[in-house]
Design a protein around this ligand. Structure first.
Ligand code: ADP
Ligand code: MG
Length: 146
């Protein structure tokens, strides 16, 4: 499924809609250049899950864990990872990220996540992929791949 957003707010809305479909246990790889809107999309997801804290790029901290207080959801944590600074699967294991991928009460979003594809397939960890393309200054195409 492909969706085009025309500004930042529409991307947040799209993330919010996607966030509302989460059941727990999802691992989502976000693929797209710098400035594509990966972090913006996760802001929307966080909003849907009821995260009150400001979500910004985890580039310099590797992984951020947001606690979900919504009792109607089975999701206890939103995991936000950015591998931009060259994190490989060994590094992700080191910081305990892979354990979160396997948990049914967590949802994980990985920016620049394409580098994990082979590993996740090998380990039989299900994942979804969202490929984001910059069409123009403010237009972005989101391609949802199961
Ligand atoms: P990434 O995490 O992919 O590097 P960010 O979400 O941090 O990207 O930043 C996206 C940038 O692009 C922001 O500065 C935002 O204002 C801008 N922008 C312009 N149009 C859009 C859009 N349609 N969707 C998302 N961001 C957009
Ligand atoms: Mg980002």
């Amino acid at each position: 499924m492909k969706v085009i957003t025309k500004n930042e707010q529409q991307t947040i809305k799209l993330g919010e809609k996607f966030g509302q479909t989460l059941k727990g246990g999802e691992v989502v790889l976000l693929v797209g250049d710098l400035g594509a809107g990966k972090t913006t999309f996760v802001k929307g997801v966080a909003k849907a899950l009821g995260v009150k804290r400001v979500v910004n790029s985890p580039t310099f901290v590797l992984m951020k864990i947001y606690v979900i207080k919504n009792k109607e959801l089975r999701i206890t944590n939103l995991i936000h990872i950015d591998t931009y600074r060259g994190l490989d699967i060994g590094d992700l294991k080191n910081i305990g990220a892979v354990e979160y991928f396997k948990r049914k009460d967590c949802v994980s979003f990985v920016e620049w996540g394409e580098s994990l594809e082979d590993y996740l397939k090998k380990e039989k960890i299900n994942f979804k992929k969202i490929v984001i393309k910059n069409i123009s200054e403010t237009k972005r195409e989101f391609n949802f791949i199961e």
